[in-house]
Design a protein around this ligand. Structure first.
Ligand SMILES: [Zn+2]
Ligand SMILES: [Zn+2]
Length: 554
């Protein structure tokens, strides 16, 4: 068990103590312990009891609890609290914006014990009129409930990919005489996935017979196929078809409803086609990769054969947006440079956090200067590889950037991102972002909506207006490649391309492994048909230098 997981026990303990109205001083101690454990450089599982107790921020009593967690996978005090809490109240605890003390009021004073009851109370305006809550809290609660509903059962594409691939590999190995192909939302590379879908020509009763007595497996069969469910695993849906129908079924299940309806109106799905490519070729259409089969409009391009080749990982020439040990990254600059060179990349844009991000050791103006001296040294040592001087500047509450102009002028490029006060109205969010876009030092707008897929909705934006402003002020829009962000949403990428706005697939790497997130950025950008020439991080070093020169001269 790692420190992050151990830390979760302590934060749950602290929250449940507050919920149950227990000693709030002790609850606070556990919440501090949770934070300290999460920040530790060494894994607690590798320490003996004495070392653990002597570690700064842990102490003897916390160490005893850590030992219990490591030995048994449980924390008895937490278990006992959970037993005393109705399951529905535990669910209410997951709602954003409601701390344990507010949930206690909802539970004990309003008598509400489930999310459904709470939603009902909100709709009747009861939460807003209760002391200590108000209209804003009520609206936020309703929004959060809707968000939880919509996210339930979904997983990130990145988490599903290894599972899907291993299923296909194992099925092919176990049943070498049959075909197994992926289809559905996963195959279409959507950012979140509810189930893995597989088409096969194996007899429909083979798997149900094989797994009939397998513990923990539930199988539901209907005329469409077989739904396989295992505890804590993403469900898998099988479509069993005749050998000749594998490709046409894969095609049908892979398309969005809108695309499929438009296709069937004008074209014919060739039954008996051996591949999806054949289906397009038979209709004299250019092949449309599954990722792009979302809207009907792509069909006109397929007919005119004007779909350009979408970006791939091999098109990426440099890492833009990365964090080193100077702020909250895990590695030194030099280690990052060597890793980037090893990957055949031409440059690294180092963009540590700015001073307002104190929780992430954001850089003061003095530390910016010191970092730039180190960069100059490394650039001399590793030429022709180049580190560009950058910063991920917080967009402050009023929309301004986080340094004086003379400091901003020392960067080759500035990524401007919102990290604080994320709960804002659309009006406020627009004012902050538009001010930042208009700032002549802003090169790239970082993760534009601040969303975290399946865990946090972004602040509300008028995307069109943001993209129009980026076009006017020559600001690049990031496609943050972290699988939990993928922000700018791909649905806006084609509008940005139409407006002549450059995009940039950026890993926002905090570790060496983080560089590889560009893969997820490319996968999602492919959905919008982003081409390498419209993506800043696929500019060669020379093109990147020219781009910076031009931007600076403005
Ligand atoms: Zn950021
Ligand atoms: Zn970042």
């Amino acid at each position: 068990m790692n420190n992050g997981e151990i830390s979760d026990y302590f934060s749950a303990l602290s929250k449940l103590m507050d919920l149950q109205g227990e000693d709030s001083f002790k609850a606070k101690t556990y919440s501090i312990a949770a934070y300290n454990i999460d920040q530790l450089g060494t894994e607690l599982s590798t320490m003996d009891d004495a070392t653990m107790a002597a570690t700064k921020g842990i102490g003897a009593s916390t160490a005893r609890k850590v030992r219990e967690i490591l030995d048994t996978g449980k924390l008895s005090q937490l278990e006992e609290l959970m037993e005393r809490t109705p399951a529905g109240v535990l669910e209410i605890m997951k709602i954003k914006g409601l701390g344990p003390k507010k949930v206690r009021t909802i539970w004990k004073e309003m008598g509400i014990e489930s999310v459904g009851e709470l939603e009902y109370a909100c709709n009747e305006n009861r939460l807003a009129s209760f002391k200590g809550f108000g209209q804003k809290t009520q609206e936020a609660v309703l929004q959060s409930i809707a968000f939880i509903r919509n996210s339930a059962g979904f997983q990130l594409w990145a988490a599903v990919e290894p599972i899907a691939e291993s299923w296909i590999a194992r099925l092919k190995q176990g049943f070498p005489n049959y075909q197994f192909v992926l289809t559905g939302a996963f195959y279409r590379q959507l950012e979140t996935i509810a189930e893995i879908e597989i088409v096969s020509d194996m007899p429909a009763d083979t798997l149900p017979k094989l797994w009939a007595n397998a513990p923990g497996i539930t199988m539901t069969q209907n005329e469409e196929g077989l739904l396989l469910q295992m505890p804590d695993n993403i469900p898998i849906r099988f479509y069993f078809v005749k050998k000749e129908a594998v490709a046409s079924s894969q095609f049908r299940k892979a398309c969005s409803a809108a695309f499929l309806a438009a296709f069937e109106k004008e074209y014919k799905i060739t039954e008996g086609a051996r591949t999806e490519e054949e289906i397009f070729a038979n209709n004299e259409l250019q092949y449309v990769p599954a990722a792009m089969r979302e809207t009907a409009s792509i069909l006109a391009k397929a007919k005119a054969k004007t779909i350009a080749k979408a970006i791939e990982v091999s098109d990426i020439k440099g890492i833009i947006h990365s964090h080193s040990k100077w702020s909250d990254g895990q590695e030194t600059l030099e280690t990052m440079v060597k890793h980037a060179i090893g990957k055949g990349l031409e440059y690294l844009v180092i963009s540590d956090h700015s001073q307002a991000a104190f929780y992430a050791s954001g850089l003061t103006a003095e530390r910016v200067a010191a970092q730039q001296i180190e960069i100059d040294g490394l650039n001399a040592k590793y030429a022709p590889f180049k580190i560009f001087k950058s910063i991920e500047s917080d967009i402050l509450n009023d929309g301004s950037l986080d340094y004086e102009p003379q400091v901003l002028a020392t960067f080759d490029l500035v990524i401007a991102s919102v990290h604080s006060n994320l709960k804002m109205s659309q009006e406020k969010a627009m004012q902050r972002l538009l001010t930042a876009i208009q700032n002549p030092y802003t090169t790239i707008l970082g993760h534009p909506t601040g969303r975290l897929l399946l865990s946090r909705e972004g602040y509300p934006l008028d995307h069109k207006m943001i993209i129009d402003a980026c076009a006017e002020y020559d600001v690049v829009i990031e496609i943050n490649a972290h699988p939990r962000r993928l922000d700018l949403d791909w649905r806006w990428v084609s509008y940005a391309m139409e407006k002549g706005v450059l995009l940039s697939i950026n890993p926002d790497a905090h570790s060496l492994a983080g560089f590889d997130d560009i893969y997820y950025g490319c996968k999602i950008a492919q959905k919008a048909g982003l081409t390498a020439d419209k993506n800043l991080s696929s500019f060669s070093l020379a093109a990147m230098e020219a781009f910076i020169e031009k931007k600076k001269s403005r």
